[in-house]
Design a protein around this ligand. Structure first.
Ligand code: PLP
Length: 519
């Protein structure tokens, strides 16, 4: 293999540490869960609705998992159904409760910091006539109970309030929320997705009517959720079909995933016991980041009982999160700018805006979420990379927001547009006008054709690969390298007018340099 190519791959895949600090987005499968699932895939293939032995064995294993989940949340197994994900659980409750009450009662009171699976379902219900009111939160995201009291009235059929927020980690006082709802006969839905495995859950003690959960946030598999429905609370299925899940959720159950969810819950106590260790690492990280950037702002609640043990939302004034995340990624560290569901979009996080951050401050904020595998070395490494970046010891790659990519940039004579998209994306979507297409896995073969005196604007479908290639070009001596944040996908959505008008115009396909040329 040519040395040049090897060096390029080394840059691209960075043979250095990998530190995963985005555990609120998802978690790796635990080995215990994996072995239970492997066993299930092999031995529990029977359809749990079938009466013969193989079916009965699957049904039995599934009921065992239901017990494990219900134990952790302090519910009765008969009150728990399995769904495909927490998004489905939230959709099912909101739509079914609205259908039950509307138009007799018209109002849902919610919070502005809910997950998109709640927010967007509420937006849909609004189009059907339901009145949705948001209760304000304070600068740390606590629901203002006095404001909630003002909004919940006899017209209100549901109060919707997440237990713990995915971006800041703020924990709500659910008992108080339920008390206010009950005074007016309203039901309560709580999204407990981020809380499960991090803080104790007791749906009976809180008195809520519905609660949603997802296995992949506590080292279980993706694509499996659970829904707690308090005995006697109204519910009509979202999916119609067979009579699975006591007629509450049609569709053959995903037995191996359900068993995986149960196995993850078996380890919940261990996770809860580990929380203190995680909290200590979180404290260390905050302290170290404050030392290197004293004006940084922690958006998560300071009181430890009011915040998830693993979550930090932190603003670095004057430091764009896209650039910081780019260098962190380049150094093998995964963090996020907001919820996983909104990454790829350039809009500032609705949660950060609701707690009072300006658009600019939201763009200077990252979320760090620790996990059970996070070590003190990981924390030190993260701090070192941030420090190097803040002290200009890392190459600087400019980040261009999709909204900023206008005609001036597209047709700027001093900008060289480099398309590093994979071939399948090029087949699906036309590229930026004046692009120069190269093979994204062999960029080193084109280096000599890239003008050093110009700004190189690099883009890929989502803005991830292009960041890495941008850093590679910096390392190769290109002075002005700009990455298109969110990639062509974001730009197409943000500037569909320009996309329609110019996409695909004047595209050049570069040919790789000959081997002799490179050497
Ligand atoms: N609710 C919250 C608070 C979440 O963080 C998430 C996932 O990011 C969800 C709901 C959706 O969960 P799922 O991925 O199972 O649909």
């Amino acid at each position: 293999m040519e040395i040049q190519y090897f060096e390029f791959l080394k840059h691209l895949f960075r043979f250095n540490r990998h530190v995963y600090l985005d555990n609120n987005a998802t978690t790796p499968l635990s080995s215990h869960v994996q072995s239970k699932m492997n066993h299930a895939l092999k031995h529990h293939f029977g359809n749990p609705s079938s009466f013969y032995g193989a079916g009965r064995r699957s049904a039995e294993a599934m009921e065992q998992a239901r017990k494990q989940v219900s134990q952790v949340i302090h519910a009765d197994p008969s009150e728990v159904i399995f769904t495909a994900c927490a998004t489905e659980s939230n959709n099912a409750v909101l739509k079914s409760v609205a259908a039950h009450f509307y138009p007799r009662k018209k109002k849902i009171v919610s919070t502005p910091i809910e997950h998109p699976s709640v927010l967007n379902t509420l937006a849909y219900l609004k189009t059907q006539g339901v009145i949705v009111e948001n209760c304000p939160v304070d600068h740390q995201g606590h629901v203002l109970l006095a404001e909630l009291e003002k909004r919940v009235d006899d017209e209100t059929f549901l109060v919707c309030c997440m237990l713990a927020n995915n971006e800041t980690g703020v924990i709500q006082d659910l008992k108080a929320v339920t008390k206010i709802a009950r005074q007016h006969g309203a039901l309560v839905l709580t999204d407990c997705v981020q809380a499960l495995g991090k803080i104790p859950i007791d749906v009976h003690a809180w008195g809520v009517d519905y609660a949603s959960f997802s296995a992949h946030k506590l080292y279980g598999p993706k694509g499996i959720g659970a829904l707690y429905i308090k005995e006697g609370s109204p519910f009509t299925p979202l999916l119609h079909g067979g009579h699975q899940e006591s007629g509450m959720r049609a569709g053959t159950e995903s037995v191996h995933n359900i068993i995986g969810f149960g196995a993850a819950c078996e380890e919940a106590d261990k996770l809860l016991a580990h929380a203190e260790q995680t909290r200590a690492l979180k404290r260390q990280l905050i302290q170290q980041l404050k030392e290197i950037k004293p004006d940084c702002i922690i958006n998560s609640p300071e009181a430890e009982s009011e915040c998830l043990p693993n979550t930090i939302s932190i603003t670095f004034p004057g430091v764009e999160n896209a650039g910081l995340m780019g260098i962190l990624d380049y150094r093998g560290i995964a963090v996020s700018a907001g919820s996983a569901c909104s990454t790829g979009e350039d809009a500032p996080s609705h949660v950060l805006k609701a707690i009072g951050l300006s658009d600019q401050a939201a763009r200077e904020t990252i979320r760090i979420s620790l996990g059970q595998h996070t070590s003190a070395q990981d924390i030190r490494y993260m701090t070192r990379v941030v420090k190097d970046y803040l002290e200009d010891r890392t190459p600087f790659v400019n980040m261009l927001a999709p909204a900023q990519l206008n005609e001036n940039v597209l047709f700027d004579k001093n900008t060289f547009i480099l398309d590093v998209r994979p071939p399948d994306d090029r087949k699906r979507f036309k590229g930026l006008p004046n692009s120069h297409e190269v093979d994204p896995l062999r960029v080193e073969k084109y280096i000599r054709q890239l003008p050093k005196e110009k700004q190189i604007l690099v883009y890929c479908p989502g803005g991830g690969l292009s960041v890495m290639i941008s850093y590679y070009l910096k390392a190769k001596g290109f002075k002005r390298v700009t990455n298109l944040r969110g990639g062509l996908d974001s730009w197409r959505k943000r500037r569909s007018d320009l996309y329609q008008k110019y996409a695909g115009q004047n595209v050049t396909v570069l040919q790789p340099d000959s081997a002799e040329g490179v050497r």
